[in-house]
Design a protein around this ligand. Structure first.
Ligand SMILES: NC(=O)C1=CN([C@@H]2O[C@H](COP(=O)(O)OP(=O)(O)OC[C@H]3O[C@@H](n4cnc5c(N)ncnc54)[C@H](OP(=O)(O)O)[C@@H]3O)[C@@H](O)[C@H]2O)C=CC1
Ligand SMILES: O=C(O)CCC(=O)C(=O)O
Length: 446
């Protein structure tokens, strides 16, 4: 760590000492952006990054609700409104027992850079709750979502802050949240994205994060005259992002070898084909089952309880589950098995030691804030369609998504290439920073 970064991190740590994930995300940006800032006269002495690491607003609130046994339960709800320099706050809601300020601040901070990279006018935010949707009935989920929105509705709006889904928040939860917002405000507006198609949602939004991650990986591979065709691909997770990443890999002629959840991973030596993927989608999205059930249906597969899939030999790895799920040791296994490309579908799934090893080995590595930006970009397209009261076709949205991902890729290359190697982390951080920083400068010290 150079002195500039060390001094900066000392200040940030003094204020956020109990927030390891947030410090991890800030340090990665500081390491790539501070030297760039020092070289640019316009940013020098303006403390822009120091301002960017402080949320404009961090809201924490009580969510009480009644379970199916008539017991009163209490959870904590949050919304971090990180930066609104280039547009209203935008970012998902996560319902998971691990949710706390550190995790949401890291996600909100990354969201600021990601949203800037999309080139759409969206600031960054993130929110959620330590509520665990696993094992809850639909009625319990509905009561929780309604009580969560009863408070959140005071802080959001179509011109202020537009939440969406993330871990544990999918189409069902967005429906319940939207229903309560509409009731409280008595208005039908595009206050959430990821809505159902018949009430303001956009085609391709469910697919967008996974598809976008694979479009990004394909662009990276093309810089080496390679493509997804014929590649073996290891994917973690089996939720929204993993499912549609797997679908796009299949469209492009790749072979999906693994999927996982928090109980372990399945390895299918024959590959997860379209029919098997449809089984997984039904299992996860409707039956809300466990990935281990895959091996009861398909004998070509094995289940590895409590393990992650990074030891399986592959050409391409797509971590699509959660933060810090791929360690330095895992990175060594991937490199040892000849992996040439890693694109993050999840937010910050690779630990810093893993990223360091990928860079050292000079393989293709994309940070989530660039490679998974297709989800929020398509949310931006949903907002445009809501404002214009129109809906674009599937093909129109998919083409816009492809263009946006290509543009993000090219911007990373422009800002991150040195001596013939593209450091996509550096490229994404600087390209994301510049747009937000310029807007902050123009708006003065607010
Ligand atoms: N949805 C979106 O549009 C976007 C999502 N992302 C990121 O992608 C990642 C996945 O999100 P999404 O697919 O929407 O979420 P889902 O809730 O649909 O799926 C999450 C998947 O990750 C697994 N998982 C969650 N926590 C852990 C853990 N601690 N260890 C192992 N596995 C875990 C889940 O398994 P289990 O069911 O057992 O918990 C599940 O398979 C997150 O990092 C999210 O922030 C990024 C951009 C946009
Ligand atoms: O679509 C959105 O607004 C949220 C997407 C998101 O949470 C993310 O990019 O991590």
């Amino acid at each position: 760590m150079n002195q500039r970064v060390a001094s900066f991190m000392e200040l940030v740590k003094a204020r956020n000492s109990h927030e390891p994930e947030f410090l991890q995300a800030v340090q990665e940006v500081a390491e790539t952006v501070l030297d760039y800032i020092a070289e640019q006269d316009i940013y020098n002495g303006k403390n822009i990054l120091l301002r960017m690491v402080e949320p404009e607003r961090a809201i924490s609130f009580r969510v009480s609700w009644v379970d199916d046994q008539g017991e009163i339960q209490v959870n904590r709800g949050y919304r971090i409104q990180m930066n609104s320099a280039i547009g209203p706050y935008k970012g998902g809601l996560r319902f998971h027992p691990s949710v706390n300020m550190s995790i949401l601040k890291f996600l909100a901070f990354e969201q600021v850079f990601k949203n800037s990279l999309t080139t759409l006018p969206m600031g960054g935010g993130k929110g959620g709750s330590d509520f665990d949707p696993k094992g809850k009935s639909d009625a319990e989920i509905m009561r929780f979502c309604h009580n969560f929105m009863a408070e959140l509705s005071r802080h959001i709006g179509p011109h202020t802050d537009i939440p969406a889904g993330d871990i544990g928040v999918g189409a069902r939860e967005i429906g319940f949240l939207f229903g309560m917002y509409k009731k409280i405000k008595n208005e039908f507006t595009g206050v959430l994205t990821g809505k159902g198609l018949s009430w303001g949602g956009s085609l391709i939004r469910p697919e967008a994060t996974g598809y976008g991650t694979v479009y990004f990986a394909e662009s990276m591979l093309q810089t080496k005259n390679e493509s997804m065709e014929g590649k073996s691909v290891v994917i973690s997770g089996s939720g929204n992002v993993a499912q549609y990443a797997a679908e796009k890999v299949l469209h492009l002629g790749g072979k999906v070898l693994t999927l996982s959840d928090s109980s372990g991973y399945i390895y299918d030596k024959d590959g997860v084909d379209a029919e098997k993927l449809a089984f997984v989608m039904d299992l996860k999205n409707n039956k809300r089952g466990r990935i281990s059930e895959y091996v009861e249906k398909y004998s070509s597969a094995e289940f590895f309880e409590g393990e992650t899939p990074w030891g399986v030999a592959c050409d391409v790895a797509l971590p699509c589950a959660t933060q810090n799920e791929l360690s330095g040791e895992d990175a060594e296994k991937l490199l040892g098995n000849g992996c040439i490309c890693v694109a993050e579908g999840a937010n910050m799934p690779c630990m810093p030691e893993a990223v360091h090893k990928f860079h050292e080995a000079k393989i293709l590595f994309a940070p989530g804030k660039a490679s998974n930006a297709g989800g929020v970009a398509t949310s931006g397209l949903e907002m445009s369609q809501n404002s214009l009261r129109i809906s674009w076709t599937r093909e129109e949205v998919d083409n816009k998504l492809k263009d946006i991902m290509k543009n993000i890729h090219d911007n990373c290359v422009a800002y991150g290439t040195e001596d013939g190697y593209t450091n996509y982390v550096k490229g994404a951080n600087i390209a994301g920073f510049v747009k937000v920083a310029d807007a902050m400068l123009a708006q003065g010290v607010v």
